[in-house]
Design a protein around this ligand. Structure first.
Ligand code: PLP
Length: 455
């Protein structure tokens, strides 16, 4: 083990150097830095190489070709950074190399997972007794929770979907809003519930499902609501959706990948009204909790539905009355994601989570104010951490988005909102300061001016 000390110290030094440099480096890599990744390829080496040399190559060629999303001025998609304590915990957990699927293979992994689920249920105001599963992200969280939904609604109709599959099953009505996230449609696809047979409910100007347009429901039914539209940040009227759906015995699932975190911030929690009435929820930790990739959670009000949906047993698996993590999630062997979630929550506390969410929301409002002040069109009500802005016609807007990415001060992506090209700004990182917002805003406005009146 002589080598491994030096190797791990070198990795720590290199990581620190990377993170030290991230505040001032350009956010997107230069094309030549991406091209230099070719150094990592070539034919498979015939013989061994020194680990120190391999690590050096990885750092020299790899680090410059990263996107600085761990830094303070990345506003693409919905992407959190990593709170320092969560990265440190992640390093330690890497050394532990635990298989968190079973209590017997990782007592600490199982314990931290259970604690993390309990604390999240508390801080998000979900019903006491809600169970959960730790998965890779909100896509798998939606999949996992909807598997529990499928079990419950078909079970109530006398059909054992785990045993018999969907062949010959009673038809299940699945309702989504017109602004449903694509990952939820993928989850429905994987569950055999079909992407195109869903009932789509129209959305309003902010992308919220129109509750008054919900169809009459009878028989097995699942209604998928959304907390946090990926473009506008808007919330479906979850209270009205739950009232309508529950009157017909339907299941309500909430895709709350990033928006559900608003429930933890007293000044934003009005947006999530009714969310605790739902039956299941999907959440990302790698977005707004700012833990390293990958980390998401599925929550199910009645954990027995989740357990039935994932039911498995084998003679070589221990039969215990403890909470075995693998009995609640689609995977068996997996990393101990509870470690970083625990470290984040143990460090931030209730107040720190609220503060993180609230601060990013205020920074989004600061962006919106600066853009409006300069005469540009902010296309959404900035209620959360998302801002969409147009710089004129679609071609100009697309030119500004490309220009901002090339400029490198910050990174913002593009989208289309109600047929109109827009730039998206998502403020989701613990590392972003108001100064970063001002510096980014100045860069965006400079690029926009250059793109609109070429002199
Ligand atoms: C990001 C997002 C997802 C997908 O999450 P992943 O972590 O990328 O799997 C699902 N729904 C919404 C609303 C999202 O914002």
């Amino acid at each position: 083990m002589v080598d491994s000390r030096d190797l791990l110290r070198s990795a720590a030094d290199r990581s620190l150097r990377y993170l030290d440099g991230i505040v001032d480096r350009r956010v997107g890599p230069l094309p030549e830095q991406v091209d230099a990744l070719a150094r990592l390829g070539g034919p498979l080496p015939e013989g061994p190489a020194g680990p120190a040399e391999v690590l050096a190559l990885l750092d020299d060629a790899g680090s410059p070709a990263t996107v600085a999303s761990a830094g303070p001025r990345y506003f693409g998609f919905v992407t959190g950074g990593s709170l320092p304590v969560t990265l440190a915990a992640n390093w330690l957990a890497g050394a532990w190399d635990q298989n968190a699927g079973l209590v017997v293979s990782s007592p600490v992994g199982a314990a931290l997972e259970q604690i993390a689920i309990g604390w999240l249920v508390d801080v998000l105001g979900l019903p006491a007794g809600t169970g959960g599963a730790l998965v890779t992200g909100a896509t798998m969280a939606n999949f996992t929770a909807l598997a529990a939904a499928r079990h419950a609604v078909l079970g109530a109709a006398g059909w054992d979907v785990e045993a018999s599959g969907l062949f010959g099953a009673p038809p299940t009505t699945v309702v989504v809003g017109d602004e449903v996230h694509i990952s939820l449609l993928r989850a429905l696809t994987l569950l055999g519930l079909g992407r195109d047979r869903v009932v789509r409910v129209p959305a309003d100007g902010q992308g919220r499902m129109r509750a008054e347009a919900l169809p009459r429901l009878n028989g097995p039914a699942i209604v998928c609501a959304q907390a946090g539209n990926v473009n506008s940040g808007a919330f479906d009227p979850i209270d009205r959706i739950c009232t309508h759906a529950h009157a017909a015995g339907a299941w309500v699932h909430v895709d709350g990948a990033f928006g559900l975190w608003a429930a933890a911030a007293p000044e934003r929690s009005y947006l999530t009204r009714g969310v605790a009435q739902a039956d299941s929820w999907g959440l990302d930790a790698h977005k707004w909790l700012n833990v390293p990739y990958d980390s998401g959670l599925a929550f199910v009000r009645r954990p027995e539905h989740l357990r039935s949906a994932m039911a498995t047993s084998a003679a070589y698996f221990p039969q215990t009355d403890r909470r075995e993590p693998f009995l609640y999630s689609p995977e068996m062997s997996r990393r101990a994601r509870g470690v970083e979630i625990w470290a984040a929550l143990r460090t931030l506390g209730r107040a720190g989570v609220a503060d993180l969410v609230e601060r990013n929301c205020r920074q989004a409002a600061r962006f919106a104010e600066g853009l409006r002040g300069a005469g540009y069109d902010v296309l959404n009500d900035v209620v959360l951490n998302q801002v969409m802005v147009s710089f004129g016609d679609d071609e100009t807007t697309r030119r500004v988005v490309a220009g901002v990415q090339t400029d490198g001060t910050c990174w913002c992506g593009g989208t289309v909102w109600h047929g109109r090209a827009a730039m998206r700004i998502s403020v989701s990182s613990w590392a972003t300061t108001d100064e970063d917002v001002d510096r980014s805003l100045a860069a965006i406005l400079r690029v926009a001016r250059d793109s609109t009146d070429p002199e």
